[in-house]
Design a protein around this ligand. Structure first.
Ligand code: ATP
Ligand code: MG
Length: 145
């Protein structure tokens, strides 16, 4: 069994991007970006699962809409490995608001609005560990070498 080479981060291809048929294109961007996919699955979050995932935002005005959106259709959850994975994945995603995202980022290319913005990425290594454990068991983290 191989050792973990880089750091881990957690990503979601959100319902808007899956519904628009962009899953394949986004996975291509991820692998082109030097990430190793350690785990990946298509899920449909319940309202309760989406509320739990975004609990840090529960006081924010957009919380109800965010939970509704994230549980509205299937999404793809991913555990990604790379050197500096958390920052590298957020750089590849681009700014939360696609209107402010840099050219070449996933949100610039695939997202329509700040609410429906194609992808999620962990904001720290600690949250990456928590978020991976929320969706994946230890057995689902695959070693490829
Ligand atoms: P994510 O956590 O999904 O990777 P982020 O870290 O760039 O995105 P956060 O501030 O953590 O942004 O917000 C979480 C999610 O909540 C955003 O991705 C977006 O879907 C939604 N959101 C954030 N701000 C707004 C807003 N002003 N209006 C509507 N939805 C918002
Ligand atoms: Mg966030």
């Amino acid at each position: 069994m191989s050792e973990q080479i880089g750091n881990l981060t957690f990503g979601i291809i959100k319902p808007d991007a899956v519904r628009a048929g962009k899953t394949g294109a986004i996975i291509q961007r991820i692998t082109d970006g030097g990430f190793r996919i350690r785990a990946m699955k298509l899920i449909r979050m319940t309202r309760e699962e989406a509320e739990g995932f975004y609990a840090v935002h529960r006081e924010r005005p957009f919380f109800a809409g965010l939970v509704e959106f994230m549980s509205s259709a299937p999404c793809v959850v991913l555990a990604l490995e790379r050197d500096g994975a958390v920052k590298a994945w957020r750089d590849l995603m681009g700014a939360t608001d696609p209107a402010k995202a840099d050219a070449g980022t996933i949100r610039k290319e695939f997202a329509a609005s700040i609410g429906e913005n194609a992808v999620h990425g962990s904001d720290s290594e600690e949250n990456a560990r928590i978020e991976i454990a929320y969706f994946f068991s230890q057995l689902e983290l695959v070693n490829s070498e």
